[in-house]
Design a protein around this ligand. Sequence first.
Ligand code: SF4
Length: 436
Amino acid sequence: MGPMNAARRFVEDLGRRGLLTATQKVGVQLYGSLALTGKGHCTDRAILLGLEGCAPESLDPKAVEPALERIRSNSRLRLAGHHDIAFDEPMDVLWHRDQVLPGHSNGMRFTALNQASEVLAREEYYSIGGGFIRQANDLAADAQKSTTVTVPFPFASCDELLAIAQKNGLQLHELVLANERSFREEHATIAALDKLWSVMQVCIEQGFAAQGILPGVLRVPRRAPKLHQQLLTAKSKSPMQEMDWVNAFALAVNEENAAGGRMVTAPTNGAAGIVPAVLSYYDRFEPGATREGIHRFLLVGSAIGMLYKLNASISGAEMGCQGEVGVACSMAAGGLVAALGGTNTQIENAAEIGMEHNLGLTCDPIAGLVQIPCIERNAMGAVKAINAARLALHGDGTHKVSLDQVIATMRQTGEDMSSIYKETSQGGLAVNVPEC
Ligand code: SF4
C-alpha cells in the first residue's frame, strides 16, 4: 500500500505543479528492504498501479491483472490514469538491494523526465508501515509535532491513556470515540467502523471461496477453502473447533493478501489476518456479540495500534515481525477484551500479554513472498490474541509488566535486531529453506 500511495502522490504532485504533460519518462528506484523483498510484497505491481493513479481503498481487485497485463505487454503506462508514456519496466524500475536511503529502510525515489531527458521532478518517499508514507521533511516535522488536530483527550502513552480515562470516568472506547469527534461527526466514525468490518468479512468470504495455488515461486496452495469446507461439513463438534475457525479466518485473509486481494491493513498487510480473525471469532462464537461490541473492539484496537506507532513502529523493516504480527496480536487482544466488556486495566493487560509473547519475532519471508511464515503466523497470532484476552479477563487487571514497558522493550529489541531479520529475506527461514 505504501508504494502505491507514494507513486500516486508523486504523479498527483506532477499534476499540481503543471508537469504532467511534459513528463515523458518516469524512473523508480527502490532501496533497502523494499528492494530486497519488494517482489514478494508485490511492490512493483503496486507502483505501476499507483503511477496510473490507483488508490488501495478504491481499487477494484478485478481490474488489477488486466491493467498490469496492458502496461507490461504494451510497455506503456497511463500516468495519473490518462497521460500515456512509454514505460520499460526492467529499465525504469531499479532494485537497489545493497543501498539504503537515510530516512528509513523502505525507501523509494521517483524521477520524472521530459522528452530531452531533463529532470522535471525527483522525490523520495519512505513506506513506514500500514500504508503510511513519509518524505524526509515529513519525518523531520513528525519529530516536532504529533498532530495538527486538537482532541479532547490527547495521550502519548498507555499510562496517560488509562489515567485520563479514569479521571474522566470513561471506558477506553468512549475516550477514543470522543477524540475521533474532533476529526468527523460521530455517525461518520461509526459508518467507517462498519465499513472496516464489512471489508474484513468480504475478504474472509473471498478467501474461503478462492481455490488453487498462490502466486510466486513457492507454489503455496491455499488452505483456507479446504479448512472452511471441513468445518462446514464436520459431523461432530471438536472441542477445538472454534480454534479451527479462527485459523480458517486468518488463513483466508492472508491468502487473499498473498494473492493481491483487498483487505483492511490492520496494522499492516502482512499481519492483516489477526484482527479480522479475532473479530470474527467474537461475532460468531461469543454469546451476546453485538455491533456495538464490534465498534468497541475496533476503537480500542486502534488506540493500541496508535501507541505502538507513536512509541515504536509498526514496520517489519524496522522492528521485525514483532512490529507487525506482534502489534496485530496486541491490538486484537485488547480489542477483544473491550468487546467483551472488560475493564480498562484488563484491556491493557491483554494488549501487553499479546506483545510480551511475540517479543523478538523476526521477519524472514522465504523468497520475499508474504506467504511463509506470514500466512500461518497470522493464524498463530490470532489464537494467541484470544488466549491473551482470556488470561486478562480471568484476572482483575493487576499485572507486573505495563503495556508501555512492553512497547519500549519491543522498540529496543527491534533496534538491536540484526537487519537480516527485518524484512530483507537475508536470514532465518529465508536462507534455510530452499525457495522451490
Ligand atoms: S514475517 Fe511478519 S513482518 Fe515479515 S513479511 Fe511476514 S508478516 Fe510481515
